[in-house]
Design a protein around this ligand. Structure first.
Ligand code: PA5
Length: 436
């Protein structure tokens, strides 16, 4: 069952049904281009049918390896950057509290990240922690040549080998990379590491349902079958050429493109659950790298409310009118915290005593949405029942599909990222790399 709904209740002043009807033909054309593989970048469309093609043997192998890792490691280091890291982090952080790091009774490894930064202080602290902790790692790079994860892997491979000896270190490393080529592929073969393959036709930012996302998520102890099932459920709905109003991915693509054409150049993803912060980071990478090219594209931005109402709230309410908001609304929480009654009521909060924190959070959401609409900010709500693996699988597939459709509506190639190369060329030149 689909547990995600695109709600237009705060959009009346900004997007009319007539406008959606008018753009619908364009949206459906873009959908056809995606479904038939007739558009730009069509050699990277493996993700479209991926959920239904995931092999049970692969899932079983990932779960088996994840359990072995969980038996020997307290910490699991995931080395990767961009699409080779954000999907796993988004799912894991959505499902665990940021306070989990302080839990003393963990039964699964704590996942930490490397290869996403070149900060010397970050690696110094990481090594200090890994000196004292049992750990294992996975290194993820589709190209196998990206500098940041390659540097991190060189540092940690050396550390792991010194800590456990070369033979044991080999059992603690899993490489996820191309089937045939790349420096990482070659090292993994030479060292005899266990390997998983990233399919040729799936780009980094669409790879969360490959071992790139599934292995770290399984190591963290989350239900990858439910995640995949969620994606399958969404695939079976959004890929259908049904009415745009019954297709959440198409409706979302239509709304954001109507607003973009009205000058709303920035899309602010708003989460009211702090655990969804990295879902927004994943979405930013997906949309930023897919759409931002040829001088076009909506700038994806994100905030966590109510926290950021006390920082970005002023700008959103009252700054330049170029922002649209996409709010992630979670209907139910997974737990309950009592707001205690206080006889003296010195803080004047007894009026909240009959409410749950989730009800208070929802009032904040509604009050903020009404205020922002009054301030000229269109608010689209993406409503979900709960945060769990199944819902996240649905949300991720819906967002991927809407991104492919939106990219084709913009007439760009949503599956390449030529702009990312520019900084690399300069960096290599400055570092004195041969050939630059
Ligand atoms: O989405 C993408 O394609 C990129 O963000 C890549 O995932 C990122 O640049 C890392 O690339 P690689 O996996 O080749 O190291």
């Amino acid at each position: 069952m689909i547990q995600i709904k695109v709600d237009r209740k705060y959009l009346d002043r900004f997007v009319s049904t007539e406008e959606i009807d008018t753009i619908a033909g364009e949206v459906i054309d873009a959908q056809k281009t995606l479904n038939t593989g007739s558009g730009k970048g069509n050699d990277f469309l493996g993700w479209v049918t991926l959920p239904n093609e995931i092999d049970n043997d692969l899932i079983a192998r990932i779960k088996h390896d994840a359990d072995l890792i969980a038996q020997k490691a307290k910490v699991y280091v995931v080395i990767g950057i961009g699409g080779s890291y954000l999907g796993a982090r988004a799912v894991i952080e959505a499902l665990q509290s940021e306070l989990s790091v302080l839990e003393t009774n963990r039964t699964r490894p704590y996942i930490i990240y490397a290869g996403h930064t070149l900060s010397e202080d970050y690696y110094a602290k990481l090594i200090e922690i890994l000196d004292k902790t049992d750990y294992a790692l996975t290194v993820i790079s589709k190209s196998g040549t990206t500098t940041e994860p390659a540097v991190a892997f060189r540092i940690l491979k050396n550390h792991l080998e010194k800590k456990y000896g070369i033979e044991e270190a080999r059992t603690r490393i899993i490489a996820i990379t191309d089937q045939k080529k790349g420096a990482l592929h070659d090292i993994a073969h030479k060292e005899g590491y266990q390997m998983y393959v990233i399919p040729d036709n799936v780009g980094g930012r669409y790879s969360v349902l490959t071992p790139v996302g599934l292995l770290p998520i399984a190591v963290a102890g989350y239900d990858i079958e439910a995640l995949v099932k969620g994606a399958q459920e969404m695939q079976s709905v959004v890929t259908q050429e049904i009415s745009i109003y019954d297709n959440p991915a198409l409706l979302y693509a239509a709304i954001r493109n109507i607003l973009y054409r009205k000058g709303k150049n920035i899309e602010m993803m708003v989460a009211y659950e702090p655990t969804l912060r990295f879902v927004a980071e994943w979405w930013k990478q997906l949309y930023g790298e897919s759409e931002g090219k040829d001088g076009k594209g909506i700038l994806p931005h994100s905030v966590t409310f109510t926290t950021d109402l006390h920082s970005m709230g002023q700008y959103i309410q009252d700054g330049e009118r170029i922002i649209m908001e996409t709010v992630l609304k979670v209907n139910t929480s997974n737990s309950y915290v009592n707001i205690p009654y206080d006889e003296a009521d010195g803080d004047g909060l007894n009026y909240l005593q009959q409410k749950t924190l989730t009800e208070i959070n929802h009032c904040a959401l509604e009050g903020t949405a009404i205020a922002h609409v009054d301030g000229g900010v269109p608010v689209t709500t993406i409503e979900m029942d709960n945060i769990n693996e199944n819902v996240i699988g649905q949300l991720f597939y819906m967002m991927e599909y809407a991104c492919g459709v939106s990219g084709y509506m913009l007439k760009v190639n949503p599956f390449d990222q030529p702009g990312v190369e520019a900084y690399k060329r300069n960096m290599f030149h400055l570092l004195g790399k041969k050939g630059y």
